[in-house]
Design a protein around this ligand. Structure first.
Ligand SMILES: [Zn+2]
Length: 124
């Protein structure tokens, strides 16, 4: 093992990380490693975000499945924007009047689907 120096991207603290002797890492990669191991708030937030995005990604995949794989991909791509609240709420209406909502809720992201009833006019 060799010790290499990296800088946390969030707090700027430098720290040593263990890397394999023959492993060629760029300074960028070393910084990522240090950022992940750092105990600062920024690092904790990044890990929390990663956890939430992965969990939501899994939920989307489970909810939409193979049938709507392309729609799932679209929602997954927007996850970061929803998490950062650059999108307040994302609603997708699938064929068959199923609506999928994606929005930030507390520290996490809420995913819900609802069947919308198309009301038939009685007087036609
Ligand atoms: Zn840090």
């Amino acid at each position: 093992m060799a010790m290499r120096m990296g800088t946390c991207r969030f707090c700027g603290q430098t720290a040593m990380v263990d890397v394999k002797e023959d492993q060629e890492l760029s300074q960028d990669q070393l910084d990522v490693l240090v950022s992940e191991q750092c105990r600062c708030d920024g690092s904790a937030r990044m890990k929390e975000k990663k956890r939430i995005l992965e969990a939501t990604e899994w939920e989307i995949g489970t909810m939409l499945g193979e049938e709507y794989a392309e729609v799932a991909q679209l929602l997954i791509e927007a996850l970061d924007l929803v998490y950062e609240e650059k999108i307040k709420k994302l609603t997708v209406t699938l064929p068959g009047h199923t609506k999928v909502n994606l929005y930030k809720s507390g520290p996490g992201i809420k995913l819900e689907s609802q069947k919308t009833q198309k009301l038939e006019s009685l007087t036609c």
